[in-house]
Design a protein around this ligand. Sequence first.
Ligand code: NAD
Length: 264
Amino acid sequence: MYANGKVALVTGAAQGIGRALVEVLLEKGAAIALVDLNPVAGLECKVSLDTQYGSHRTLFIQCDVTDEEQLKDAFKKTVEHFGRLDILVNNAGVNNEKDWEKTIQVNLISVIRGTYIGLEHMSKNNGGEGGTIINISSLAGLMPAAYQPVYSASKFGVIGFSRAIAAASHIGNYGVRINTLCPAFVDTPLLESIEKEEIMGEYYKYKDNIKGMMKSYGILDPSIIAEGLMNLIEDDGLNGAVMKITTSKGIHFEDFSTPYTPKV
Ligand code: NAD
């Protein structure tokens, strides 16, 4: 699918990875609903994008993705404003080991709910015209992150759900491709959360260990995540794929070709 002329909804669009994803989608010719909890950053983001791309290309919608009504309303407003929906990026996420229920709410439950609402709009079984969904997980969704156990659980959940719903979409002919993107450390405000005891809770004491990991893994620029996103959008052969992005190997895929057979 080419993004030119398409309509996208990106959650967590105001800063960090979300904003980089929005910029590449705008460059490729899409119109975008910028969905974010933070009205100040959201409006600042829109104003600065307007000067480059024109005010008609984006719509800012303040929305807490954990609030079911607000999330449904964000999709409704997007379709009312732009007339359709083709691309959904469930990107909003938090790192919070102290308020770990919130981490599950934002990173996993809202991604599941967003995917279901997206399918209500895009699935050919619901009268939609098809489309594509990209759920943002993390490398911490493929390997246990010892100092962020609940963040890690939420991101493992995103991969499991996205692969399973991608299979359901294929079997049920929804016409919607669903893929997952797993970045390693990326240079965004989220990384500052490891410095905060009120966020890291009992894992705060390991902050130097995490910093050491950042040093050895390296920190990615958000623009390479945007490049990976475009590959997932444009390659019509991809459904149920799990893309990894690291400093050492760049953009590549997790190999699930060996089926998991449980030993009983
Ligand atoms: P960030 O903190 O820089 O930006 C997150 C955005 O999401 C913010 O604009 C914030 O306002 C918004 N948001 C948070 N809670 C929300 C809610 N309840 N409703 C609506 N919007 C909400 O983070 P980021 O680094 O850009 O992360 C984006 C995604 O990438 C997250 O899912 C994160 O887990 C994932 N990720 C980040 C890294 C990294 O190192 N930065 C690595 C792997 C994966």
